[in-house]
Write a protein that binds this ligand. Structure first.
Ligand SMILES: NC(=O)c1ccc[n+]([C@@H]2O[C@H](COP(=O)([O-])OP(=O)(O)OC[C@H]3O[C@@H](n4cnc5c(N)ncnc54)[C@H](O)[C@@H]3O)[C@@H](O)[C@H]2O)c1
Length: 395
């Protein structure tokens, strides 16, 4: 017998709620039904009523929580609201699927972890890039050992753009550390495949029109010694490959997500001249490196992981967990570890401070609605200093 559909209450009908969650749920319409939506913006709710027949709409979160028909609350509003909304929904007895970042601070993440323990099996994090085909294929290749001992993995999300939405404004919870960061840090922690021992990070604002960082450079070192070097930057015109992997027996490169994985591997048969380094003075005409010619093998193939997933698959796994009791591939502890890393990077770059919840709470509702707020207006925290009155010289 087919399992009952999961009845969803979608919170935040923005780019993610309307363009991603709703589309993904439409794809899995035999598994889910959107029965309610919540957003302060009435026009967006009207669109949801048109798109999903019978969808109840609310401008008040408490009313959505009081709707007994809602089983799963999807928290897809702005980032500073994720933790408080998720905790409130757990307390209301709902299943919760919370967008990334699950929290803006490590303290908040620990509160969410505590709530998830109080309501076990109810909270799930949307680290959907864990299901990305390229990430999984690259990880499978690393894990296969074909590259030897993998000592460095580079991950790049490069662009050159002058972004201007709330994701560029600190007090709105913006900045690439909390936007792309959770995805790419999460992938890094998976690549390290051990505890993160050291974290270094640099944040900069290069092109965005708000005050938050749009350039993120983080280096993670695992207990095993493996290093993960990631960049999310809106200031790069010469883009580097999205994945570069260095191992003792070969390298891997993937130029773009949809491109071909390229491997250069040390061939199995070699004519090695030397087995050990020599301490004695080399001949006066001796070479400075490359004492022997190595043989390599080149391979190139499409992205096609054994684990047949893509970033849309997360809703399928969520259904199998809620209805069939299967293990969800992303744990809360893993998502909390990502926030621990972002907290360290924030602490290293205090200029890009975590927004003050009181300031966030005061942001005008209208600013969260349909119209984009000019970054300059939203960033203006201190009143602009008055220009000194021009002295009119009296003769
Ligand atoms: N996992 C992913 O791949 C992915 C992709 C994009 C965005 N996101 C995340 O989704 C979240 C939303 O991003 P977005 O780009 O859709 O933002 P958005 O500004 O496009 O949409 C936010 C929506 O929330 C509504 N809203 C504002 N205050 C609200 C409140 N108190 N309660 C309920 N709704 C409220 C707004 O009216 C708007 O419709 C962000 O936290 C972002 O990190 C995740």
């Amino acid at each position: 017998m087919a399992e009952k559909k999961i009845k969803v209450g979608l919170v935040g009908i923005g780019r993610a709620g309307w363009g991603m969650h709703s589309r993904e749920i439409e794809k899995y319409q035999d598994l889910y039904e959107i029965v309610a939506a919540m957003d302060p913006d009435a026009s967006r709710l009207a669109e949801m009523e048109k798109r999903f027949k019978g969808c109840k709409t609310y401008q008040d979160f408490d009313k959505l929580l009081a709707d007994k028909n809602v089983e799963l609350v999807v928290v897809a509003n702005r980032s500073p609201e994720h933790t408080p909304y998720a905790i409130k929904a757990l307390k209301a007895g709902k299943y919760v699927f919370v967008e990334k970042p699950i929290a803006l601070t490590y303290d908040e993440a620990k509160q969410l972890l505590a709530a998830s323990k109080k309501y076990p099996g109810k909270l799930f994090c949307r680290h959907n890039r864990r299901f990305e085909s390229a990430f999984n294929h690259v990880k499978e290749i690393i894990d296969s050992g074909i590259l030897g001992d993998v000592y460095l993995i580079k991950r790049r999300i490069h662009s050159f753009q002058r972004r201007e939405d709330w994701q560029t404004i600190i007090d709105c919870g913006g900045g690439q550390l909390n936007n792309w960061g959770p995805h790419i840090i999460d992938q890094g922690v998976q690549f390290l495949d051990c505890k993160v021992k050291e974290v270094w990070g640099d944040l900069k604002k290069v092109n965005a029109l708000g005050d938050a960082e749009d350039h993120v450079k983080i280096i993670l070192k695992g207990e095993s010694g493996r290093v993960y070097d990631m960049e999310i930057s809106a200031g790069v015109l010469f883009r580097e490959p999205v994945y570069s992997v260095y191992g003792t027996k070969g390298n891997l490169v993937l130029e773009t997500e949809g491109g071909k994985i390229q491997l250069k591997l040390l061939a199995a048969k070699q004519n090695y001249k030397h087995e050990l380094s020599s301490r004695i003075s080399p001949p006066i005409t001796g070479a400075f490196g490359e004492p022997e010619t190595l043989k390599f093998e080149d391979r190139s193939f499409d992205v096609n992981p054994n684990w047949e997933v893509d970033i849309w698959s997360i809703y399928k796994y969520l259904f199998n967990t809620i209805r069939k009791g299967e293990k969800f591939p992303v744990t809360i502890e893993e998502a909390v570890e990502v926030v621990r890393v972002t907290q360290i990077v924030k602490d290293l770059n205090p200029k890009f401070k975590t927004p003050d919840p009181e300031v966030v709470a005061k942001i005008d509702k209208k600013e969260k609605g349909v119209k984009a707020v000019p970054a300059k207006k939203a960033c203006a925290k201190a009143p602009a200093k008055k220009a000194p009155a021009k002295k009119t010289a009296k003769k």
